[in-house]
Design a protein around this ligand. Sequence first.
Ligand SMILES: [Zn+2]
Length: 428
Amino acid sequence: MNRSIHLYPNAVRPAVSRREFLLGAAAFLSLPAHAMAAASATLAFENGLWFDGEKFSPGTRFSVDGRFTHRRPARVDRTLDLAGACVVSPFADAHNHGFGVKTAADDRKLVTRHLADGVFYTRMLGPTLMDETWKDALGLNRPGGLDMAFGDGMLTGIGGHPSQLQAMLLKQGLYPGLTADQLDGTTYFQIESVADLEAKWSKIRAKHGDILKVVLQSPGGRTAFAPPATKRAGLDPELLPAIVRKAHQENLPVAAHIATASDFRDAVGAGVDQLAHPPTFGMIDKADAELAARHGVVVMTTAANLKILLPPADLPEALDRLRANYRLLQAAGVKFAIGSDNVSDTSIGEVAFLREIKAFDDVHLLRIWSTDTPAAIFPKRRLGRFDDGYEASLLALDGDPLRDWSATRRIRLRVKQGVVLEEPARGA
Ligand SMILES: [Zn+2]
């Protein structure tokens, strides 16, 4: 069976349409640099079952200039027979910390792992050292490559989270080239007044983040790596409305790290756009959840990390509380995004843990992972759906994930913005 070699995007394309049978072929994977050439090829995807957020329905889609259309174009360069595969939009992770903390070389394997897992969209919701050269070396933010957004330039209070964590990570060898006294002003900014904010704003904006991360941690929230629970360990919540106003004036959305239900109230009340975590401590007030829904606030899941952040004895109760908070948010109509808070992996483990603790039903979980999370990371792009004009990106799965979730790990075809991702040199 050598048919799969014809899938190389750089191969000479035949003048007439060609049909390719994908299921049963090896699941190929490419480094982004090899997958960039053929974005403008016109593709036909036939015999797929397409996820619409609720169910899978049969249909055909075409990719023209890297975007989906239902209408058959005059010319089709390649026809891909999906042979009954269930098709979902690529997966995402709205809260990750894996990239940009050591060297570009360290990040290469992680890019490959993301593409292998079908996690095509991720966001570093914290400091990175990445510059344009570093991003280019990883082939980021191109058709066929991993897309990454940044929540860099984190604001906290004096001595607040993540200052202790960052100092620890520095000692462990992260942030090469930085010294301990450079962390404030580089990996985070300590803000104690509006004047402080104004004075540091140009440096904060020079980070070129896609979203501004702010830290709220009121007393009562005790986790590993964070200062004691007896005092505030983040921004003064009274400063938050001014910070949000300033960011919104520059079209910069705001994501708040929160620890408690009162942080949730402060963040939503101040007009933040996204919450980097659900509260770990306390139950959300129903009225606060409803306000969050009205404001379109997106809450990142970050469940699996509780296994690291909390003492084992506290975990069962914390997970009960987490499930109850998720239920309350769902009932209010709040949207979620998958957030792994992971430092070395994709969102695969987070999603597996959410299933393990029965946080969401599978239809909802698949919709969050493949539709809502990409939209939360890249709100200005049309992605995460198979509608006309949306980016032609997909994963074709060997099996129905709503019957057998393990199908999410059996990806037979990966397409990103009209580029078919394949292993460049296998068998060649
Ligand atoms: Zn985080």
